[in-house]
Design a protein around this ligand. Structure first.
Ligand code: FES
Length: 306
């Protein structure tokens, strides 16, 4: 049915200034108003039904993208501030090392935090210690299927929600730079898995105080964090493919079948693990930062329960 109101199916006013020149039989070009150039895709594409309403959804569909967008933006800002803060990442008394600076491999790390050796010497002050590995954590989360959905909806509005047309005129998917980079997720999965093992090592070391075995609040936070990170990695779609993909007969690979079955069971909770582990990283990092700052500020001996 022709749209006689001059409005697009999304309810926005058409741009009627789109005039193109057409030669007349006499050879003189005259301006003819042919209406807007047809969009090649999206709700305005030729052949799509002309519907005035932006969406028929009656629920509060904007809440989820706004909430997720706010959380992701907050974490991005927090991570940037913490990385460039370049201090307060280790509590010597309890051997707490924040996951954002682990492994600590610079000569500028405290000697007790360098359990994996000293790989780099003194760097210019504008290069933070965390830069050597935090890009793996950032790359793993950025290319994660869950965060892609949350980020595209919450930060980029492409689309904002199911059954809600996006405001962008073009959609090129993840086939071009920079979004083609998202296909690197499977590689980030393996790199992040190595860091996860190191996080487990750090959590074990958090049992060792100056007087031997101990459990403090920081130990508990680090273990909650590392278990949520493990849930996040194990429920990853790339992990599911790694353990169960490219097999023609599960009957010939019973161990991989068991692993695939387990990963498939927790895979539906991947989004929950993604958000929970995001907060657990922030909480454990902030906690270690506060204790480290207190120790730096002159609190020579912190209470053992911390
Ligand atoms: Fe989210 Fe792999 S899909 S971490």
């Amino acid at each position: 049915m022709p749209n006689v109101t001059g409005r697009t199916p999304c309810g926005r006013q058409r741009d009627t200034s789109d005039s193109r020149s057409t030669p007349n039989p006499g050879g003189v070009e005259v301006a003819v108003d042919t209406g807007p150039a047809p969009a090649q895709n999206g709700v305005n594409a030729p052949g799509r039904a002309s519907i005035r309403q932006r969406t028929f959804r009656t629920d509060n569909w904007l809440r989820a993208p706004l909430t997720n967008g706010f959380i992701i933006a907050f974490f991005l800002i927090y991570a940037l501030v913490r990385v460039f803060m370049n201090r307060w990442f280790f509590v010597d008394q309890f051997h707490y090392l924040t996951p954002m600076y682990s492994p600590c491999i610079s000569v500028e790390c405290p000697p007790e935090a360098r359990d994996f050796g000293t790989w780099v010497g003194k760097m210019p002050s504008f290069i933070p210690i965390a830069i050597f590995f935090v890009w793996i954590l950032g790359g793993f989360r950025t290319t994660c299927y869950y965060y892609r959905k949350a980020g595209y909806r919450g930060l980029w509005a492409s689309p904002q929600a199911c059954a809600v047309p996006e405001p962008h005129k073009k959609y090129t998917g993840e086939t071009r730079f920079p979004l083609v980079f998202m296909n690197s997720h499977r590689y980030f999965f393996w790199l992040a898995s190595i860091l996860l093992l190191i996080n487990f090592y750090d959590a074990v070391k958090a049992f060792s105080g100056e007087d031997g075995f101990r459990i403090g609040l920081g130990t508990v936070l680090m273990w909650v964090n590392v278990l949520l990170l493990a849930g996040y990695s194990l429920s990853c779609h790339a992990c599911r493919h790694a353990v169960g993909g490219r097999i023609n007969h599960f009957s010939k690979h019973p161990v991989r079948y068991q692993m695939w079955t387990f990963v498939s069971k927790i895979n539906p909770y991947h989004g929950t693990f993604a958000m929970a582990s995001l907060f657990s990283v922030i909480i454990s990092d902030a906690y270690i930062m506060i204790l480290s700052a207190a120790a730096d500020g002159g609190a020579n001996t912190l209470p053992g329960w911390l």
